[in-house]
Design a binder for this molecule. Sequence first.
Ligand code: HEM
Length: 484
Amino acid sequence: MAKRLTTSAGAPVGSNQKSLTAGNRGPVLLQDYQLIEKLAHQNRERIPERVVHAKGWGAQGTFTVTHDISKYTRAKIFSEIGKQTPMLARFSTVAGEMGAADTERDVRGFSLKFYTEEGNWDLVGNNTPVFFIRDGYKFPDFIRTQKRHPKSNLRSPEAMWDFWSQVPESLHQVTILMSDRGIPKAPMFMNGYGSHTFSFWNNDGERFWVKFHFKTMQGHQHYTNEEAAEIIGQTREKYQEELFGGIEKGEFPKWAVKVQIMPEKEAEQTPYNPFDLTKVWPHADYPLIDVGEIELNKNPDNYFQYVENAAYSPSNVVPGIGFSPDKVLQARIFSYADAHRYRLGTHYEALPANAALSETNHYHKDGSMRFFDNNSANPDAYYEPNTKGGPVEDPSILEPPMSIHGDIQRYEENDTYGEYKQPGDLFRMFNDEQKERLFNNIAGAMEGVSMEIIERQLAHFDKADPAYGAGIRKALGITPLGSY
Ligand code: HEM
C-alpha cells in the first residue's frame, strides 16, 4: 500500500493538486501553507553548480588490491592483496556548465573517493598526467579564459590563446587537449591520473614521492571533431547514456591502478622539477608499478544525492598518503573544502556521498544544518584536551618530518629542462595521421584569434618541434617560417 503523503513537518496532506481558494472561482488564500511550502521548496531545488567541472557523470564501485605496495605506504587501503574498498567516481568536463554537451573537446575530470577504514581518501585527478599551469596563483585567471566572455557571453578563443601564448608551461597540456585524447568517447575509454606528485610513507618512517595512474581496461576510444559535432547534434548526454546505460546492463568498466615511485632524496637529482605539474616522470626512469583494480558496478540510486552532492578534495588524505611541495596541489588543498562549504554548506561531509564509513569523532560543533549528533557521543567532552573521555589524538599516525631549505620568495621556475622538451617528445610520438588531426584541431581552435597572439603561440610550437609549428602554419594557411 502506498505511504500517506505528508508535509515536511509530518502532517498528513489532504490534497496535493487543488489550491485553497475563497469560493469556487475566487483567489488563493495566503493560509494555503502546503502550496507555499511546495513552491518555496521548488525555488531552492538547485544548488550552485561547481565553479569548474560542473557537468559530471558518476558511479559507485570497488577498489581491489592485486599487488603488495606496503613497503612504500602504511595506508590501510593497500594493506593486503585481495582487500576491497568501496568507492565513488565522478567524471566531468572542466569548462562547460551543468547543461553542457558531453562530447566537447576539453580535459576530463577523474575523481575518486575511497571510503577507507581510516577515513576518506580522495584522488581528484584528470584524464591527463599534466596541467596547464604549475602555480595555483594562476588558476582563477586561467579558468576565466575557458569560461564565457563577460560581454559576449560566448567562449573566447582570443582569451584562451592570449593566456596560453604567455604561459608556455601550458604547451604540454595544450598538446594533449588538441590531440585525439581531447574527446574521449565516454568515461570508460580514458585513463585517469592523479597528475600531481603526492607522497607515500611507510611504517619505518620512509617517504617516497608517488604519481597515480588509472589505465582504462576498455581501451582508448576517441571522437574526432567532426564525429563529436555529429553526436552533439543527436544527444548532449552521450556520456551519461553510455556510463549509466552500460552499468544498468551489467557492463562494469574497470581501470588498472598503478603508481610511479621516487625515493624522497632522488627529487633533488632529477633534471626536471618532479613537483612541477606540467611535467611527467619518464616511465623509463620510474616504471609503472601494479597496485590494483577499480570496477564501477553500481549506478547511484539518486544522481543529486550522490553525484551532485559529492564533495571531492585533494585535502582528503589518510595516514600513509601525503602531499608534496607541488604549488598547484598546495593551492588545491585549501580551495576545495572552501568551495564545498559555499556550494553545499558547513556540514557537507555528513552528506551520504561524503560521509566516511569509518567512525568520525571531532570537536566541530553547531552551525547551520548540524543535523547529526552534536555531542560526539559525550556531552561533557566539548573541548580538548579534556578528562571527560572525549576523542584523543593519535601520534602514531604523524607523518615523518620533511626537511626544506631556501629563502622565502616568489620564485620563478628556473630548471634548465624547460617547457618544450616534453611537449616536443609527445608530438614526435604521434603518427602522421595523429599529427595531421592535431594541426587541424589547433588551427580550428584558433579561428578568429588575433594574428599577434597566433604568432606568439606558433613560436612555442616551433620550439617544441619545428615540424609542429610548420604543420599548424600549413593548417592555418599562413606563410611557412623562413619564407617571408
Ligand atoms: C573541481 C579548484 C586544479 C581537478 C574544482 C572545484 C574547485 C577547483 C573550486 C569545484 C569543487 C566543488 O565545487 O565541488 C581548483 C584550483 C586548482 C585546480 C584552485 C588549481 C590551483 C585542478 C587540477 C586538477 C583538478 C590540477 C586535476 C589534476 C578537478 C576535478 C574537479 C575539480 C576532477 C571536479 C571534482 C568533482 O568531480 O566533484 N576544482 N582546481 N583541478 N577540479 Fe580543480
